[in-house]
Ligand binder design. Structure first.
Ligand SMILES: Cc1cc2nc3c(=O)[nH]c(=O)nc-3n(C[C@H](O)[C@H](O)[C@H](O)COP(=O)(O)O)c2cc1C
Length: 192
């Protein structure tokens, strides 16, 4: 059976878009997974066909940059625009997961993931965590480790603010994002 995974993301300057691509890439590596990606800018029109990609998916993976310690305004706008779906319980029992990227090592990214998880809970969705051991947390660790930022809720990435999306987020964070996509696709196959 095909499991449909849809990555729903916002990126102001392209860094989180790189992370979103890696999430989709990881999900797409799973045999039997059909993956789509939708930018929230394509969801501004309530009548847009892009909404149907979310409605039809078995799993939705939400991601955005951390701006001012929380989800970006564009992501929040999408969240509020989804209230019609909430009224209909349309996304209940779909799987959900999240990712975020920010300039600082910490940067309050956890708050963004908690906001996304809360949003998913409001829709009655089932949260899938990252399930990777934290990296770079011992004397043999390195910034090249998978899950170097040590997140459990979802995938985190960090992009130096003076570098472009051609350089950051670094490979370790993109690989961590791929792992999230892969995990969600595998879970979606079991769930479907
Ligand atoms: C309005 C704004 C607010 C930001 N707030 C934070 C923040 O709270 N924490 C942080 O670490 N970085 C913050 N940053 C940095 C971004 O998270 C970082 O540059 C990220 O890579 C941007 O991703 P994007 O290119 O996908 O928009 C902020 C950037 C902007 C433009």
């Amino acid at each position: 059976m095909t499991a449909k995974v849809c990555v729903v993301y916002h990126s102001g300057y392209g860094h989180t878009a790189k992370q979103a691509e890696a999430v989709a890439d990881g999900a797409g590596q799973v045999d039997g997974a059909a993956v789509t990606s939708v930018s929230v800018s394509d969801l501004e029109d309530a009548e847009s066909d892009a909404w149907s990609q979310l409605d039809e998916a078995d799993a939705l993976i939400f991601g955005c940059p951390t701006y001012m310690g929380s989800v970006s305004a564009e992501m929040k706008k999408f969240m509020e625009a989804s209230s019609g779906r909430w009224m209909e319980h349309k996304w209940a029992d779909k799987l959900a997961a999240g990712f975020t990227n920010s300039g600082s090592q910490n940067g309050d990214k956890q708050n963004t993931l908690v906001s996304i998880a809360t949003f998913a809970a409001q829709h009655g969705m089932v949260w899938i965590n990252l399930n990777l051991m934290p990296g770079n947390n011992n004397s043999n660790g390195s910034v090249d480790d998978l899950n170097r930022l040590g997140s459990f809720m979802g995938a985190m990435a960090q992009s130096n603010i003076d570098e472009g999306p051609d350089v950051v987020p670094p490979a370790a964070d993109l690989e961590t994002a791929r792992k999230l996509g892969e995990r969600v696709a595998l879970c979606a196959k079991r769930w479907a």
